[in-house]
Design a protein around this ligand. Structure first.
Ligand code: ZN
Length: 177
């Protein structure tokens, strides 16, 4: 499970492309990463390279900007502030949902995730607390308010296909339309 990407893409057998193509808008980038918090504790790490379409907001803005101009084989340490990552922690996204809005027979436990419709569209919320009357949920991204310390390695850069450009994301094995 990864929180980082709008579209999480795992390449089962990505082969490094040995071409000196620079990352710029319209390129498909494959990269691996480690992500740590301010204490240096590991938050997550890519098991396999992830692929995204550069310049299309497929990844968080602070990371995308720092990837610009890198080439296959390059490594970089990138620190992303909350404003350019997952936003500041927003107390107003913590709210109570009447217990009756959940299926009666369902056991609601702290830490469970639900999708809910809001005025701003679909939101993923995590259960904070449960009483007989209400379920307190938190709609903040799990990494909201965090400085994100990435160590990345660019594994490959290639031109996007016309279809990828049209769709605004990378295509790969397992991504079907
Ligand atoms: Zn597509």
């Amino acid at each position: 499970m990864s929180f980082l990407f709008v579209r999480l893409i795992i390449l089962p057998s990505y082969k490094e492309i040995k071409m000196a193509e620079e990352i710029k808008k319209g390129k498909i980038v494959a990269f691996s990463y480690e992500l740590k918090d301010d204490d240096g504790d590991l938050i997550e790490k890519s098991e396999q390279p992830l692929e995204y379409l550069h310049g299309s907001n497929n990844i968080i803005p602070g990371l995308e900007r720092e990837m610009e101009g890198l080439k296959a084989g390059d490594t970089k340490n990138i620190t992303v502030s909350p404003e350019e990552g997952y936003g500041e922690y927003d107390d107003s996204l913590v709210f109570d949902v009447p217990r009756e809005n959940f299926p009666k027979e369902m056991e609601i436990e702290i830490g469970m995730e639900f999708k809910t419709d809001t005025d701003d569209g679909e939101m993923i919320v995590v259960v904070n607390a449960v009483t007989d009357e209400a379920v307190e949920v938190d709609g903040n991204h799990p990494l909201a308010g965090e400085n994100l310390h990435f160590s990345i390695k660019v594994e490959g850069v290639r031109d996007a296909t016309p279809q990828e450009l049209q769709h605004g994301h990378a295509h790969h094995d397992g991504h079907n339309h």
